[in-house]
Design a protein around this ligand. Sequence first.
Ligand code: NAP
Length: 256
Amino acid sequence: MSHSVKGRSVLVTGGSKGIGKGIARVFAHAGARVLILSRKLYDAKATADEIGHGAFGIAGDVTSLDSMEAAVAEAAHKNGGLDVICANAGIFPAARLEDMTGAQWDETIVTNLKGTFHVIKAAIPYLKRSDQGRIVITSSITGPITGFPGWAHYGASKAGQLGFMRTASLELAKYGITVNAVMPGNIMTEGLLGNGEEYIKSMEACVPLKRLGTPDDIGHAALYFASKEASYVTGQTLIVDGGQTLPESLDALVQA
Ligand code: NAP
């Protein structure tokens, strides 16, 4: 099935690398006019050039509402409006609870959770003018479903995004804007590589489909939520994890 986003103006936060880059690539190949946002303008522009199909790089920091207001205004000006926001930018620095500082907690919550609020709040006036306003949030299985030592703050931010999404979808329904979230499992990205080879091997072993996900796997899920065909779907989640959250026990994984 092909999903209709041809000609749509799409802003992807954290689009210069990893999952965001996969989302940007999938949308660009589907004919959308993609705007890639990251803090480093050089990286955003380099990724846009690599993806081609008219993709364009802009700078912005999701931790600042002012920055997001300026970035969405620039994006809307460049493309003559905005139809889709992929709120994807996020960080996952590990810190065990006993060692975690308040600053570490704040950095992760402010980037992942408040950053989601910032870009969506800034984009609402533009999305209201679209006849296909869509918001797709990149959450995670970590937090809403699973836990992992070192990521209490991260898990809280990712679960928080889903709580935010459910009320946002209610408030924005009157404008025909839908709000949904993709929940990736372990996806091979630059950010994930930072967790080390051992982590990646142990994660691969836990996935029934026996591989980590690709950024494009998440891009295709986001594409569905952003499409015309998904116009009656709002406030929902889609887990894309190769079955990682399915086994009830180690036996259920090994014996299968
Ligand atoms: P990544 O490879 O580290 O890429 C992160 C992207 O976000 C980069 O483009 C980065 O660019 C941007 N970014 C970071 N902080 C930002 C800020 N304050 N303002 C604007 N852009 C910012 O990470 P990833 O693995 O693709 O993860 C992307 C999203 O997927 C995150 O929300 C993460 O929680 C979620 N996720 C990832 C996995 C996984 O297995 N990889 C699993 C579940 C969920 P700059 O540094 O230039 O700003």
